[in-house]
Design a protein around this ligand. Structure first.
Ligand code: NAP
Length: 311
């Protein structure tokens, strides 16, 4: 087994991502000691009960002796949590996060910077629709991208700090890349944020339609709708904060999406089968490229064993 990258890490927010980091760091030996803190007393109690690590009584106590503090809270809470953690942290320690919007993470962490601490926001492109300390698992980051968006703080040894954090995430199984925060937010707006918005919307529309009995929506949900319901089951607080904090990039994507949707609407209205064939064929090519890049399974129906469904 390799030596731990960090003698001690502090995980703030012991939900899906925080508890997965705790489990992976232990399983792959990437941290000597793991301390956790969560604002929710029930989550703290559960984290202790299932043995995620040492559970601290306060944010400051968790941050105090850590070599790396990882904020795993909703994006809207990053500012307050960073401001609370930094004064307690030791000189030269690293403050990072896992928030889904990196411009806001950079702003929140920069606002708390005091020149002693390294600020390296990050985002694991990995997750599920579940929340809480029981939802995490150690292999969540295996083969997934982890994007780092470092902030210059003037603290000595910035390159070494970045190398250490990169080694930590690689040790958890991730592929690590550094990127500008604004670019990250533009890319994620189309690959993650807009798909979630569409899923929230289609589920709401289906349940609001007067002509569709709710029982029938559920009964026939295997027809494509079910995959949207999985995405739409994601944590509302997390997603509220994503849309409030990546507004510009999401609105830009939504504008283009609406135009393309209107073009499909027109093709259906005018019976333009050629146009529909062109667009659907192109979409198939993109799906193939994603499978070829190892970003998803090529198994039929994602490998799910379900009764025959009309997709
Ligand atoms: P989660 O399962 O809901 O866990 C978040 C935990 O943070 C909850 O226990 C929450 O307590 C706690 N918390 C909230 N405010 C806090 C504060 N001020 N101080 C300390 N703890 C606080 O959420 P998650 O899915 O792990 O998401 C955490 C972060 O990861 C978010 O920023 C999200 O954008 C990012 N992320 C999520 C995914 C994903 O698929 N879920 C993927 C990549 C990145 P309560 O129970 O009281 O709310």
């Amino acid at each position: 087994m390799t030596d731990p990258v960090f003698p001690r890490i502090a995980i703030i927010g012991a939900g899906l991502i925080g508890s997965s980091i705790a489990r992976a760091a232990r399983e792959y030996g990437m941290a000597g000691e793991i301390v956790l803190y969560d604002a929710n007393p029930d989550v703290r109690a559960r984290a202790a009960e299932i043995g995620l690590g040492e559970v601290a009584p306060s944010l400051e106590a968790a941050a105090a002796q850590a070599d790396c503090v990882i904020l795993c809270v909703p994006v809207g809470a990053l500012g307050n949590v960073a401001a609370g953690a930094v004064p307690a942290m030791k000189d030269g320690a690293i403050l990072t996060d896992v928030g889904s919007v990196k411009s806001e993470a950079a702003r929140a962490l920069s606002a708390a910077a005091d020149g002693r601490i390294h600020m390296i926001p990050g985002h694991p492109i990995a997750g599920t629709e579940q929340s809480g300390p029981d939802a995490g698992f150690p292999t969540l980051f295996q083969g997934a991208w982890h994007i780092l968006t470092p902030v210059e703080t003037g603290a000595a040894g910035e390159a070494e700090a970045l190398a250490q954090l990169t080694a930590f995430w690689k040790g958890l199984g991730a592929k690590v890349e550094s990127m500008d925060a604004a670019r990250h937010d533009r890319v994620l707006a189309i690959t993650s944020h807009l798909p979630h918005l569409i899923a929230f919307n289609i589920v709401a529309t289906a349940f609001d339609m007067e002509t569709v009995e709710q029982g029938e929506v559920v009964k026939y949900s295997a027809g494509g709708f079910r995959d949207f319901t999985r995405i739409a089951a994601s944590d509302p607080v997390m997603w509220r904060d994503v849309f409030l904090n990546n507004r510009e990039a999401v609105l830009e994507c939504l504008g283009r999406f609406s135009e393309d949707l209107a073009a499909l609407q027109r093709a259906i209205r005018w019976g333009d089968g050629d146009m529909l064939m062109r667009e659907f064929t192109r979409a198939r090519t993109i799906r193939k490229a994603i499978i070829d890049a190892g970003q998803d399974s090529g198994a039929v129906n994602f490998g799910r064993n379900v009764p025959k469904a009309e997709e």
